[in-house]
Write a protein that binds this ligand. Sequence first.
Ligand code: 4AD
Ligand code: MG
Length: 477
Amino acid sequence: MRSEIVKLFAEQPVGTEVTVKGWVRTFRNDQFISVSDGSTIRTLQVVINKENHNESTLKRIQTGTCIAATGRLEKSLGKGQDIELICSQLEILGDCDPNEFPIQMKRHSLEFLREKAHLRFRTNTFGAVFRVRHHLAFAIHKFFNDRGFFYLHSPIITGSDAEGAGEMFRVTNLDLDEIAKTGKVDYSQDFFGKTTNLTVSGQLEAELAALALGKVYTFGPTFRAENSNTSRHLAEFWMIEPEVAFNDIYDNMDLGEACLKFCLKYAMDNCKDDLEFLQEREINEDKQKPVDERQSMPLLERLNMVVNNDFVRITYTEAIDILLQSNHYKKKKFKYPVEWGIDMQSEHERYLVEKHFQKPVIITGYPAAIKAFYMRMNETDASGRKTVAAMDILVPGIGEIIGGSQREERYDVLLEKCKQFNIPEDHIWWYLETRKFGTCPHAGFGMGFERLIMFVTGMTNIRDVIPFPRTPQNAEF
Ligand code: 4AD
Ligand code: MG
């Protein structure tokens, strides 16, 4: 029977015989093997008596070697660990040639490890990140389940463009080589008899369900063929999309804020060792950076601060005014223009959360022209400005982590919006029908799961919080 290292540290069954299986991290003085089995960031010290093993076995104990070790668990006298395994039987399960294994104990850059994504799980950093990722996924389900939401599986292949941004991956089984030769495409001959794509969002389907089940959420992969090679965008990412009947934009803000806080708290309660490790890691990384790029607060302090304080809530119009009145603007330090109507760039959002407020900010009431067709129209204001009941939640270091809105529930207004956005009625008739048959106010949002993980772990590149990132020109593994 194999014991997991996380259990041994928790239960400390000193004096009993146990077997651990895992991968060698280091081997010191022909005597101390530090073993990781992935169940925790902590490694177990396996003490061997070199008299018991021949030279050739000892040579096979290398960083990365997979071993099974059996022996008595004892209190450890050495510093840095409270228990160790006094090994009586050692078996090599899998050799690891040190001349070929790329993951050695020295520090590797994250860029280097991205090229070795099949092996980077073996490092402390990625072990920690992916354990935290798991706990956050669990936290999401717990949050919504505890509140009576139903988990809805929205389709991955769809015929609609939920965001109307046209950034979709086509799904087809047509013979592209043949098409290239003949130059002719007949979509009616395609698998679904029409054009289809990978979903950019499960929202529209979630709305259909919310208008019967009341409270639902989706949690699945979404795909965007946007050619933005940034540290915050993936072509394949996971999104959580709650949708609630009878909620307005204010309820929606409360739900988003509560959800984020719950996830942070859950991670702090359940991933203590990993987060402490990631905090240290960030402090060490920061030492290489110019002072003004360093974090002003350690990771856990930052997370606590977010959990324990109200988010700032402002309108888009107020946000633009803050930007226009900033010294940053007056000194012409923004690269992109600032005026009412702009789609705020990441530099603007970061100024607001990181410089001006230094905490999470919820912005509402965006210009209708820059937001999706389904967002509920507000009353036109005195100066004739048209806005929608949209909300974005921005957090320090990341920018937008949540985007959502109250939905347009009025049939006529929605129909008019579809026309303005050139969405053919016969593409979206099913969505429109819900506004004819017992429509009601409702609202929801989408939270980028990887952005949440970045925020919780302090990792600064989104490629480092998903096992196998898909980005432009890159779909290895
Ligand atoms: O703001 P977005 O585009 O909103 C929607 O898709 C709505 N249908 C959501 C809803 O109301 N149900 O995306 C929502 C969130 C963003 O705030 C961001 O965190 C994340 O999804 N996101 C991405 N994450 C990684 N890579 C990308 N390319 C992302 N695009 C959006
Ligand atoms: Mg958005």
